[in-house]
Write a protein that binds this ligand. Sequence first.
Ligand SMILES: Cc1ncc(COP(=O)(O)O)c(C=O)c1O
Length: 445
Amino acid sequence: MTDLRSDRLTDLRADGAAALEWAAGYLERVAELPVLAQVEPGEIRARLPTSAPDDPEAFADVLRDLDEILLPGVTHWQHPRFFAYFACTSSEPAILAELLAATLNSVAILWRTAPAATELEGVVLDWVADLLGLPAGWHGHIEDSASTSTFAAIVAAREATGRDLIMCSEQAHSSVDKAARMLGMRLRKVPVDDEFRMRVDAVGDLSDAAVIVATVGTTAATAVDPVPPLVEACAASGTWLHVDGAYAGTAMVCPEFRWAFEGVDRADSVVVNAHKWMLTPTDCSLIWTRRPDDFRRAFSLVPEYLRTPDAEDALSLSEYGPALGRRFRALKLWAVLRCVGRSGLQRHIRSGVSLAEMFERWVDEADGWELCAPRRFSVVCFRLEGEDERNHALLERVNASGEIFISHCVLNGRYTLRLGVGQISTTEDDVRRAWEVLVREATRV
Ligand SMILES: Cc1ncc(COP(=O)(O)O)c(C=O)c1O
């Protein structure tokens, strides 16, 4: 039998240099690749062996197959003309930090199994809270996704209130529906106004509501629910207020967008995805709460084999969320915050917003096109005037071109196109190209 301890699985220096060269080269050439993978379902799988090799292969073979087999099946989220959904943009410091985190392979099941990972997580969450204007002293930790963060907040809210009703607007993200389904809780959707914000006058009786999920930057139109009156209503009825700022939260690094976080300092919990607009690769979802004891009551379950004498003094973040084994996600966020800084993040946000503003102006001034929602941040909702079918056909055509990738939503019952800016490498030329492709393809549908 092969002894893996004496075998060299790879030559970390030589193969590592090749992997880094691959990463740097990829980022340089990604703009020339089709944004949306041009493959059929099953095509990539069919090109791969049906079983693992019996004997070790060289890492160089893995890199070769990444290029030759997998790359055609990659939709390039790092592409400067990725305008679909919300951009999840990575950056060089975080790419390097992911390598280092995998090298350390800290598993933060307990403070003592990963003191540095645990304590750095607290520090970077404090730093980001400060950058975004959130109160000092809140407990913050990292989950894999906003879906998990919101799920955790809802579990804590149920624990704190003993109630089983979740409320959110009709425009809230589907992760709230999913949490309700997983938890067997009731869900009531509140209608929205003509700017897609939750209608406070339609919230009604909250006496049996465990939690309201308010969204700052909804998935479709990036609407901002009115947090201040919801804070008041929740305080009066003992309801937990959770704020989903998964996308727009990062914009709070710029003072000019802080209006959207008004009242959030009095919410019970808030989630912001660093893996959306904060230059940190997936996964890295940040959740803060001013009620950590409720999270701990909901999630702490320490079996005998994990009991340690330092438990009294040391925080184990696994007691604040669903997962036991937690990876060292704070390292990549720390690297981003240090190498980009507040000013770099502000430049990134402002650039995305001003490019979206420019695109919005072109749509507004063009005959035959219409804007469908007020633009709050870096997303523009728009459509060709007329039938949904034409807009649907247009979306399919522009995405099939490989030149850009945009997505859609439904607003006021109408099929709506959606262009979101957020990639670190997107320039004015890329947004101009998007508009040219849309105008060109519109004449063909
Ligand atoms: C407003 C909002 N909340 C939550 C989510 C879910 O994010 P995640 O993929 O991190 O679960 C999204 C996804 O785009 C979103 O737009």
